[in-house]
Design a protein around this ligand. Sequence first.
Ligand code: FAD
Length: 462
Amino acid sequence: MGTVNGGISFWYAGSGIPAPREPLPGDTDADVVIVGGGYTGLWTAYYLKQAAPFLRITVLEARFCGYGASGRNGGWLYNGIAGRDRYAALHGHRAAQALQRAMNDTVGEVVRVAAREGVDADIQQGGVLEVARSPAQLARLKAYHESEVSFGETDRILLGAAESARRVRVAGTVGGTWTPHGARVHPAKLVQGLAAAVERLGVTVHEGTAVTAIRAQHAVTPYGTVRAPYVLRCTEGFTAGLSGQRRTWLPMNSSMIATEPLPEQVWATIGWEGREVLGDMAHAYVYAQRTADGRIALGGRGVPYRFGSRTDADGGTSAATVDALRRMLVRMFPAAAGVAVDHAWSGVLGVPRDWCASVHLDRTSGTGWAGGYVGSGVATSNLAARTLRDLVLLDSGQGQRTELTALPWVGHRVRRWEPEPVRWAAVRGIYAAYRGADRRESNGRSAATDPVARWADRLTGH
Ligand SMILES: Cc1cc2nc3c(=O)[nH]c(=O)nc-3n(C[C@H](O)[C@H](O)[C@H](O)COP(=O)(O)OP(=O)(O)OC[C@H]3O[C@@H](n4cnc5c(N)ncnc54)[C@H](O)[C@@H]3O)c2cc1C
């Protein structure tokens, strides 16, 4: 059998696409309406309903819960947060440390709540292993490790080539780092379980209901309008599709492949008994996990951005991207050379102009949002949701200021992306530069980061 291309993602290959919930039946009122049924929207509904069970909460989802990145991602539940260093520069080191501490706790929070709610998402807390595969990557990895430790992330350890290989034998590894703040998850099981959990709590979820406009206290759909004092936009990579939001967050594409289950002798060669989530230090980096059913799921950037902020059709992925990911798989794991790729897919994540995730509630209009996680949203969405909960409760007089409402990403504003064609040309140019730099670095002996990548880093604010 050939490679399945698209079909939302491999994560639905086992269960199939879930039966749709009823669309919105007509005009209605609620206390809170949430637009988007991914992790951000569902976690927000979950925590709000837990805190205030009397609230009437409605989730409106264009397709089905988990249609977006939440049902397609690499399953890295980890403590990375987009924009931490910028928040340190803007608000001071202690504020950024508070954000990081909250993120570290968030990994455990997701694991705990999943267990409490009976969500079996194949979670395994094996930490995060990042490997260097060239002298330039190694120099970056050491500098990264040093800066993390001096920031306060003292439980991140540096590994020599042999120590790293004892965890996962990735060909060409010259060193690695490992941190305990990470877990492997099955993304779709998590989001589907969460949708069921919020319904059990009494949240109303309508699927097949695309919101066409968000106005103060109104979410407008073709089937009717939901009026509510609070309208929360939780659409991350799809935000550009909403009226007035075209240049808010750039929908960055990421693509993945999943192999067939690997034979035992191949696993014996590779190792990976700890089920760490695995990445490298390339500029256009790779992320991977060993799935519960013994496959490798591996992702990378592929075609980074489509003109006019278009999104893919149900995860369809270009043949060139599938080939590139397969070549990367074999370069990293030569023992998997004969293994078939069962599935390839893509999805979009939201990238703000300054690469900083944020949470916001406008107290005048009651409109809020959370997102812009730039590829680290599996855990960040949970922290964002708890923060949105606290902001809504505070604003409606049902709660106090909390540690979360004081975090530096609350209320952060960022300028909009450039109009087309500048946006398209810039993103394509930057990723072409990164890919070229990765090629030169992996063929070279120099420990210096490629100058073209440094230039691209300056442009992207890294
Ligand atoms: C291929 C890929 C791999 C990734 N890997 C990782 C990873 O390993 N670790 C990590 O931390 N992060 C990863 N990410 C990012 C992470 O998955 C996202 O940041 C996170 O899932 C965002 O969740 P969300 O709920 O905000 O958005 P989404 O999950 O995208 O949900 C948004 C929802 O809104 C709905 N929607 C859109 N428009 C409308 C509308 N007008 N009306 C109603 N509903 C609407 C969509 O259908 C969708 O269901 C990855 C992303 C991709 C694409």
